[in-house]
Design a binder for this molecule. Structure first.
Ligand code: NDP
Length: 313
């Protein structure tokens, strides 16, 4: 029988993936991406697979001459230089689909929470204020709104189905019309924002989407507008968002992601009409375990059958 392949985990990884990989491979675990500090040249040469939840750049890939596969924990893989990996014939995998419904659930929860001020209402009860007064009626409502979805991919479609069930019309923007959906399509984000009064962002991060939700888009959304971001923080011009919320350019926002996680800017925390969640879109025990399972199964499948399960495009 041939020797098990050597697989590296640099930094944090879900325990379920660690256990699965440990049982099948020669697993090396190091605390961070400093390969030179933690590994000998011989160890680096032995590594054929990497399971990661961290930045994998060109230098990292170059330091592992026999690397074949990088399995990223998460569907968003902008921290892995997949374009460079391809030039080195290194396969990159992510964890699509297993988290779609979970993220869509959280998105609708966040939207309702923002519009109907659920966190404030909870605090009102806890603080004992209900004993002496009634909670003020929410200024905003979901009723009679049109919901625009920026990104009609796997998760965007799951969000759209839920929005439909709430009896609200859906419109969307992506670079091209999405196959098999008949929601109203807008060729630009600005046109979408002008046509709706809820904008939900669920596009990937990276240079193509960076700061695309800018002052102009927020202004087009309008003073009754609600913005929800469950994609990536980098998609939003955060200064423009803070200013739009402060001046009433839009009514309220809820975001699960920020640019510099976990360092939430003070200006954001000071805003009464902004709800910030700590990047929990997919973060239930069961869904995170399913993601970890897929990380490990991608590597196992690669070394057993010569094909990954979910390679990135
Ligand atoms: P998909 O690849 O299935 O969908 C992405 C969508 O975005 C597609 O409709 C795509 O359409 C569109 N899109 C991509 N680039 C652009 C662009 N430059 N301009 C306009 N539209 C664009 O991804 P998923 O739905 O699986 O995931 C989306 C993202 O959600 C992930 O990349 C991740 O960043 C984030 N996410 C966040 C989570 C959280 O915990 N908050 C959890 C899981 C995911 P087209 O290519 O036609 O433009």
């Amino acid at each position: 029988m041939s020797e098990p392949a050597t697989v590296l985990i640099p930094g944090w990884m879900h325990e379920h993936a660690r256990d699965m990989l440990r049982s099948q491979f020669n697993l090396i675990e190091i605390p961070d991406c400093d390969l030179e500090a933690h590994l000998t040249a011989q160890q680096r040469a032995a590594i054929r697979g990497v399971a990661c939840y961290t930045t994998i750049d060109q230098n990292f890939i170059d330091a592992l001459p026999n690397l074949e596969i990088v399995a990223n924990y998460g569907v968003g893989y902008e921290r892995v230089d997949a374009a460079y990996a391809r030039t080195r014939n290194v396969v990159v995998t992510n964890t699509p689909d297993v988290l779609n419904e979970e993220v869509a659930d959280l998105t609708l929860g966040l939207l309702i929470s923002v519009v109907r001020e659920i966190p404030k209402a909870t605090a009102f009860v806890r603080n004992g204020e209900w004993k002496t007064s009634s909670f003020p009626h929410s200024r905003l409502t979901l009723r009679n709104r049109t919901v625009g979805i920026y990104g009609m991919g796997r998760i965007g479609r799951c969000i759209a189905r839920r929005v439909e069930a709430f009896g609200l019309p859906v419109a969307y923007h992506s670079r091209r019309p999405a196959e098999g959906v008949d929601y109203a399509y807008f060729p630009t984000l600005l046109e979408l924002a002008s046509a709706v009064d809820v904008l939900i962002s669920i596009v990937p991060g990276g240079p193509a989407t960076e700061k695309t939700v800018n002052a102009e888009v927020l202004s087009a959304l309008g003073s009754e507008g609600v913005f929800i971001n469950v994609g990536r923080g980098s998609v939003v011009d955060e200064d423009a968002l803070i200013s739009a919320l402060r001046t009433g350019t839009i009514a309220a926002a809820g975001i699960d992601v920020i640019v510099d996680e976990p360092n939430v800017p003070e200006e954001m925390l000071a805003l009464d009409n902004l709800t910030v969640l700590p990047h929990i879109g997919s973060a239930s025990v069961s869904t995170r375990t399913a993601m970890a399972d897929l990380v490990a199964r991608n590597i196992i499948s690669w070394f057993q059958d010569g094909a990954a399960i979910t390679p990135v495009p």
